[in-house]
Every structure is written in C-alpha cells, then in structure tokens.
Design a protein. Structure first.
Length: 437
C-alpha cells in the first residue's frame, strides 16, 4: 500500500467521539485495508483540554480551536460530533469550503440546514454523509437512498428515540409513573441530565425530517412535523393500552395521505401511540430503535437494532468515514443529496386514524348514552366501549373507528362540557397498519 495517508479531524469528544477516536487508533490496519490508504488523526477539538478521556493518542493532537483545525488544507475528512446547530454549522461549512469531506451525527444540524449543507458539499465537490444521525448502528439511510432508490415509498413508521423507548418500556414493565421511569433512565445513562429534547419529541422530529428527505425526496422544515412528547403519558394510559393488548410507544410516522380536498401530500408526525402487541415495533425494547419502510413492491421492510450509545453510534460514524475515505482514494465524491423539489405537506388535521378515549364520568351507565350521542353527532364511530374503575373513579373507555382528527377533537371538546363528565377526556392515537385505516 503506497497511498498517502488520509488525515481526519474530529470535532467533539464526548461518548461517541471517544469511541470514534478509539476505533481509529485501535483498528488502524483494518481500516487501511478497507480504504486502500492509511488513516491519520489530524486533531481532536474539545472544549476542555484538561479533561482526561482515556485515549492513548499524541497529546499534541488535542486542541480547543476547532476553527483552526477545519481550516487546515491537509485535512481530508472532518467528523462532526457536536450538539446543536452552532458552531457545528459554521465549522463544517468552513471545512467543506477548504476541501474536506464531512461525516456528521448531528440530527438537529441536518434537519435545520440540510439543503444548504448539501449545496455547499456539491459546490466544493466533497462528501457529506450522516448515517449515524437517525438510528445509530442501524443501516437505514443508505438503504433508503440507494437500495430503495427505484421504489415509491408510501410510509415510514418507527421508534427512533432510545431514551423515550426505554422510559415507556419501564413504565410498561413496572406500571409506574413517568417521573420514576425518567429518573431511572438518567441514573442508568439512557437519558441526558437535561432530557428535554428527547421527552418532548424534538429529537425524533429532527430524525423525521431526515427520513422524509430520503424516503420522499423532499426537505421539509422541522416545524412542519407535528410533535407531541411523552411527558403527559400516565400510568393509566399504559394500563389502558395493556387492557386492549397494546403498548405505548413514541412513534415517528411519515406517510403519503390525501388531504380533505383529495390532494396527496406528506404528513410527518411524532407522538405517543398505542401499538398492538402483534406489531413488530411493539417488541422494540429498551433503548433500541426500529423502523418499518413500506413500498407497494417490497411490502414492509423492518430495520431494527441498537439505536443509541457510544459504540453503536460510532459504528455508523466510522462506516461513513470509510466510505468518504474510499471515495477520496478513488478520486470521486458524492454528496448523496436527496432531491429538493418540494412536495405538499399535510397537517395533523388531515390525519384519519383510530383513537383510544378515556372519559371520566360520575355515572358510567347514564353517561354512556350522552357520550355516544356526542360522538355520533360529530361523525366519530365507536368500535368498542367499556367501563373502567380506577382509584374509585368511573370512566368510559372508547375505541373509535377511523375518523378525522378535527372531528375527534371537536367531539372531545363537547364531551368535556357534559354534566355527566367530571374529568377532561384524554385521547391517544392508535398505530394500525396503513391498510386498516
């Protein structure tokens, strides 16, 4: 092997960055064989030079000046493992302007600035890859872009946030409340000290934007993704799901659906849902991720595995690095940009699905007639209804037929004003196969 070494700069050395640097050091020979050229660390940018990270690398490689590092003309590939959009956006833009390819795991950055970053990569003839940004070790983005490039994808549905999946899984197993499960997730390292981005659904919404760009060949702004987090999920919700042989999951659903006016568009949504125990996603446990991609020709394809953690995420990062490095050796780059032609986006008001309703009543027998009358008047069909008594309080639990979300919300508002209803109604969407709706 006579090829010149390729130099790699790493921005950020947290849990994932530490694993990436360790892999580059410990698997140097293996990577060189797969790339066709050796890899050398050009530098590792960190905020705190005094902090020990347990890595046996030349001390001169550490720097707290990431801008100077990405401006170096001898850097071939920059691995960006920072959080948030700045300074990550500025740094990798500068890196590409100086001729470096970029590997990123930053879902917030890609969701917010994806089109502009791809334009910069194309302008400077460098790579921009980000397999690790959505489902860590699970090979998902590359199959969407390449293997399914000739298919018309109709629906993508998945569990794409390991923290919330762990929390909901613990609530299901223990019957406990959200707060207790969250504390356990933090203690065990499955959640950040500030888990807001995870539990509010923001992380999953960013990932939905990236999935939509590849599945439907269009970029949608993050604010076009309907988002609900899991902070409002209660132990009663989990028990209700168990009673109808379901489990509660935070799901990301992207699908082609008709609007109320008949025009097709893309609806992207992130929210808790009751998932049948027979559904493949119901068995995605702990901090794992699972994504189902549906096309008319292939049917449903399941991608499942470790969706979080330093080692799984670093696997995807190093895989992208190998791809970018191999292209450098072969003398060509590929920005892998999805088409940017906008598709029509739909709002949550265009959703038609089934719902689980819990309605607290002061007299369940007489209350049933009033509830069903209101639902019928607002075109909300009832699939089943049962009485529930929890902590000495009566409630009616209703499973609806497939209905439009605006009709369901209007009916819920009217139900809240009935004399027989003493607790504001709660609803949760059901996740059913697309052909069942």
């Amino acid at each position: 092997m006579n090829a010149e070494p390729l130099k790699v700069a790493v921005l950020g050395c947290g849990v994932v960055g530490t694993e990436v640097v360790r892999r580059l050091s410990e698997k140097r020979d293996l990577l060189a064989d797969r790339i066709g050229a050796p890899i050398e660390l050009a530098g590792v940018a960190v905020r705190d030079l005094r902090r020990s990270r347990g890595l046996a690398i030349d001390p001169q490689l550490w720097t707290d000046d990431p801008l100077a590092l990405v401006k170096r003309d001898d850097v071939d590939i920059v691995v960006e493992l920072l959080s948030g959009t700045e300074p990550a956006h500025s740094l990798i833009t500068t890196a590409m302007e100086h001729g470096a390819s970029v590997v990123s795991a930053n879902k917030a950055l890609l969701a917010t600035h994806g089109p502009a970053l791809h334009e910069t990569a194309a302008l400077h003839d460098v790579d921009l890859t980000y397999e690790a940004s959505v489902a860590a070790a699970i090979p998902l983005l590359r199959p969407l872009r390449d293997s399914l490039g000739g298919d018309r994808i109709t629906r993508v549905v998945g569990v794409v946030n390991g923290t919330t999946n762990y929390i909901l899984d613990r609530m299901t197993q223990t019957g406990g409340a959200f707060g207790a499960a969250l504390r356990e997730a933090v203690e065990r390292g499955y959640a950040e000290a500030d888990p807001t981005a995870d539990v509010a659904g923001t992380d999953a919404a960013f990932k939905a934007v990236i999935l939509a760009s590849l599945a439907f060949h269009t970029w949608m702004p993050p604010e076009h993704v309907y988002r609900e987090g899991i902070t409002g999920v209660t132990a009663t919700d989990v028990a209700d799901a168990r009673a109808c042989d379901r489990v509660v999951k935070l799901v990301a659903v992207l699908e082609r659906i008709p609007s109320r006016h008949g025009r097709e568009g893309i609806l992207a949504r992130v929210h808790p849902a009751m998932v049948p125990r027979t559904h493949p996603l119901a068995d995605v446990r702990g901090a794992d991720n699972g994504v189902i991609v549906e096309t008319p020709d292939t049917g449903p394809l399941l991608f499942r595995g470790a969706g979080a953690g330093g080692a799984p995420t670093s696997s995807a990062v190093v895989g992208d690095l190998v791809t970018a490095a191999r292209r450098r050796v072969l003398g060509h780059q590929e920005t892998t940009a999805p088409a940017t032609a906008p598709e029509r986006t739909q709002g949550i008001g265009d959703l038609r699905t089934r719902y689980h309703l819990r309605i607290g009543v002061n007299d369940s027998l007489s209350g049933l007639d009033g509830v069903t009358s209101v639902l019928r008047f607002h075109d909300v069909g009832v699939d089943s209804a049962r009485r529930s008594r929890t902590a000495g309080r009566d409630a009616l639990v209703v499973i609806t037929d497939a209905v439009r979300e605006p009709d369901l919300r209007t009916a819920v508002d009217v139900l809240a004003g009935l004399p027989s209803v003493d607790t504001p109604p709660r609803f949760m969407r059901l996740l059913d196969p697309a052909d069942a709706r």
